[in-house]
Design a protein around this ligand. Sequence first.
Ligand code: XLS
Ligand code: NI
Ligand code: NI
Length: 437
Amino acid sequence: MTTEAFPDVRKIAYQGIDGDQPLGFRRYEPERMIAGKSMRDHLRFASCYWHTMRNPLADPFGVGTSQTPWDDGTQSVENACRRVGVFFEFLEKIDIDFFCFHDRDIAPEGANVAESERNLEAVVETIEAEMKKSGRRLLWGTACLFTHQRYASGAGTSPLVDVFCHAAAQVKVALEATHRLGGEGYVFWGGREGYGSIINTDMKRERRSLARLLHLAVDHKHRIGFKGQFYIEPKPKEPTTHQYDSDAATCLNFLREFDLLEHFKLNIETNHAWLAGHTMEHELQTSMDAGALGSIDANMGVWTNGWDTDNFPTDPILGAQIMRCVLKMGGFTTGGLNFDAKRRRESFQPIDMFHSHIAGMDAMAHGLEIASKIQEDGGLDAFIQDRYASWDGPLGKRILEGTATLGDLRDEAARIGEPDLPSGRQEMLEGVFNRFV
Ligand code: XLS
Ligand code: NI
Ligand code: NI
């Protein structure tokens, strides 16, 4: 592509912590080694096509404000392919290796299934060429099963079987496109898979249909030889009132109930964790404990309003909490940090695409530094280990191995008398955490 959408921007580089250039990193030093790996390899940043290239930055009270001079505003495939060139120029200049997309963000929906497929194929071909040229990689692909009117009452969970067929058609082709582009994963986010009111809803049927769609996808994955990881992305509400995949624990239960757990991991998003009334660490830990933490949608909400505002994650403490979990897990394999984040409506200039990503990348890199220092120090981990040490003694072992009865334990309790319970020391530990910030 010969576009130069950002002629005034050179490749963003590390400038040092005290650098005063707005278009430079202060924390993210891609090749710097930290805890045995380069920052680049730890963080595996991805930019998402839907927010970066397609979000007009509208809100319920006002039209889109985003300035996109390269876009002619039409639904043509030619326009779609031109956007691809702009996106890859952006990825190269911001120095992000990965990207994610929905079928409908990259290519326009056609008048019928066949035309939509042809449109997608044309754009995928353009993307493939850009990937080859630039060495960028696909973190994951997905199908948009929530924008079109036909999905108003759900896609995989629609009361109408004809709608389910359309969802299946989209998943099939999006999966094939992801495979063709060498995607490391494929995400299922249950956009409209939920309901507004039980008064018109058969929940049991809907959950069963959703599981069928996922099984069909697993079958197709094997049929085409796609080796990437499947993920489910939990979210409790927005758009529906009750989403079937509301949080990590609910997703894990769903996957177990329908024999899908071996085929899926979770893609955890900060703003969704908060909407569910959890911390990000809670959702990450829940996933990790089930061996199912796969990837992360790195964003954040606004604590004071509780909506899915998809802000860029510019808080280094949040970054540290997230990266502590990633380090504990031993790092990403197929996953990464996908900025599922959009600029504010007021940040409408093309250059704000850079500012927003830079701020997010720096905060996550800063978080990685903090997390690796905490890990190296080991004090916080040692405290927890020590707190549970009694479970490694003879009594704990007997209970866990199942060789003690309730009667045995009653006698132990009588012998022990009132236990000498140690302090939890939460505030002291929070102080220790802050030492590394
Ligand atoms: C929406 C979701 C969505 C998924 C991909 O809230 O976060 O963007 O990540 O479908
Ligand atoms: Ni989201
Ligand atoms: Ni997301």
